[in-house]
Write a protein that binds this ligand. Structure first.
Ligand SMILES: [Fe+2]
Length: 188
């Protein structure tokens, strides 16, 4: 892909996921390697849900190795509490032309929060294309790159290149929630 971030379509029904998240506040931050795992993390103010990723049984204490060496992804048990994340992810894979599903992550940037500028590196980041469905958010939040930014509205699907420097701002009074879906497409 040539653009750093690109809106693809709109109209995904995210209301059921919003509802499932609201009814299950315990689903957040069960795994904090990404958000609290190291001092310089750009995701310090972020909460997340690992919906699908490398099996936790393969974690041996080495956080870098866990994300940065080749692996298969599996659904995490949380999927039973928020099954709509599963159906949305499958729909996105189909809508982008099919392929192999990698990690699925839900991130939450609180009102007034941010993700600091960073580049995502390692095996998983490089192996899959990144797609996202906006779950919550408004015009006062943005996913930013040096050359362009996107204020995605709930139900929007977009793709982004996280090998380039990116950051997130949320200057609004509402939390910003995103479902990130990693896909290795057949034709790419
Ligand atoms: Fe990132």
């Amino acid at each position: 892909m040539t653009l750093s971030i690109e809106h693809l379509s709109s109209g995904y029904d995210v209301a059921p996921l919003v509802d499932q998240l609201a009814r299950n506040p315990d689903v957040w931050d069960r795994y904090t390697l990404r958000t609290k795992g190291y001092e310089a993390t750009p995701h310090k103010s972020v909460s997340d849900i690992w919906v699908r990723f490398r099996a936790w049984s393969e974690f041996d204490g080495d956080a870098a190795k866990f994300a940065n060496t080749a692996h298969e992804s599996v659904w995490y048990p949380v999927i039973h509490q928020i099954p709509t994340a599963w159906s949305l992810a499958r729909r996105v894979v189909r809508d982008v032309g099919g392929g192999k599903l990698g990690g699925v992550l839900i991130t939450r940037v609180p009102a007034g929060g941010e993700v600091k500028p960073h580049v995502d590196q390692g095996w998983h980041a490089g192996h899959y294309e990144k797609f996202a469905v906006q779950v919550k958010g408004n015009a006062k939040q943005a996913f930013c790159f040096e050359d362009r930014k996107l204020s995605a509205m709930p139900g929007d699907l977009y793709t982004f290149d996280n090998s380039r420097c990116h950051w997130v701002t949320n200057g609004s009074d509402e939390e910003r929630i995103t479902l990130i879906i990693c896909v290795r497409r057949h034709e790419h």
